[in-house]
Design a protein around this ligand. Structure first.
Ligand code: GTR
Length: 332
């Protein structure tokens, strides 16, 4: 008797559980996103908008959260984690992407783009599609392109006016051999190093300088310890809003569409915020006492860096047509 009652109870519970499961909303996907910058940085604001739009439009089926300030680790590791699905998305720079996706090294050739506008135009078109395809082969879905202005050299104790002024300087570069070659070509000593270590290294004299855009020079505080910023503008690097291919492929088409649109809107917002933020950062560091030196002869730097192109193309002849296509698309 007891047994029968228990069995009946178990049967009813199972039915109740099935009904509850069927009527509960599907479990929300918690997406973790990597970002190296502080929350008020243009990219961070745009990433937060992306997260909010995805959560709202998927009605909570995907709940992205952006982890700012690089708390989820250094960029090269974060890229690997996004590739293997341990992270769901991130805002990645094409500089440290080079060692993982060789085609993207083309974007790290100094003075490749004439202007930010040319970079946006080409990355938004068929040329950008080629980089997207290369990234996809390595497990990353590039949904939109962010800007990162132009990178210039800065250092602790003198303005850089000619390539000669770089001789003997220890310069931090992002993790990519191309940048080691670039600084070598100027006669400096390159030190690849994580972004988070640069401030302390400048302060303690482990390095004499680094290179970056105004918003990073400002928000990282590097201007406090390396007060000479010289506008070499040698790299105009795109960044992606990339989703892990593993996470992407789990999504129904409807949600892929929502995520893609949110990423495109975020890029639009980032580009607008970037233009404003760059000017504001330039003003802020000047106000704080940094000396900005407008390099008169940028062609001298391009010429000095020419061996970087020659060596790269000698090693990767297959990428020469892509380099030429990008150059031809900017000829006027
Ligand atoms: C910033 C860029 C970051 C990171 C950093 C660096 O401008 O947005 O993704 O690459 O530079 O120098 O490491």
């Amino acid at each position: 008797m007891r047994h029968t009652r228990l069995a009946r109870f178990a049967q009813l519970s199972a039915v109740a559980a099935t009904v509850a499961l069927a009527s509960a909303p599907a479990m929300a996907e918690q997406w973790r996103g990597w970002n190296v910058h502080p929350p008020e940085y243009p990219n961070s604001v745009a990433l937060d908008s992306f997260a909010a739009e995805v959560a709202e439009k998927t009605e909570g089926r995907i709940e992205p959260k952006v982890y700012h300030n690089g708390v989820l680790g250094a960029q090269p590791d974060a890229i690997e984690q996004a590739r293997n699905g341990a992270l769901n998305f991130g805002n990645f720079n094409m500089g440290p992407m080079g060692p993982i996706v060789p085609e993207t090294n083309v974007l790290s050739l100094p003075f490749l783009f004439n202007s930010e506008q040319d970079m946006y135009r080409l990355m938004d078109g068929e040329i950008g599609d080629k980089f997207e395809a290369a990234l996809a082969e390595k497990g990353l879905v590039a949904l939109s392109w962010f800007g990162s202005g132009a990178r210039s050299l800065y250092n602790t104790d003198h303005p850089i006016e000619t390539p000669d002024d770089v001789k003997g300087l220890k310069v931090r570069v992002m993790n990519n051999d191309l940048y080691v070659d670039m600084i070598d070509a100027l006669g400096g000593n390159a030190t690849p190093m994580a972004y988070s270590e640069v401030y302390q290294s400048l302060k303690t004299g482990v390095i004499d300088g680094a290179e970056n855009n105004f918003p990073s020079y400002d928000s990282s505080g590097h201007f406090e310890v390396a007060g000479f910023y010289s506008n070499t503008d040698h790299l105009i690097l795109p960044e992606c809003l990339c989703v892990s291919k593993a996470s992407w492929e789990e999504l129904p088409e409807e949600d892929q569409q929502i995520v893609r649109e949110a990423a495109e809107n975020a890029a639009q917002e980032q580009r607008e915020l970037w233009a404003e933020g760059s000017r504001a950062s330039r003003d802020a560091v000047t106000e704080a006492g940094a000396q900005i030196n407008d390099v008169a002869d940028k062609a001298a730097f391009l010429q000095a860096m020419q061996p970087v192109y020659d060596d790269f193309l000698a090693q990767h002849p297959d990428l020469e047509p892509l380099v030429e296509e990008i150059q031809a698309a900017q000829a006027n």
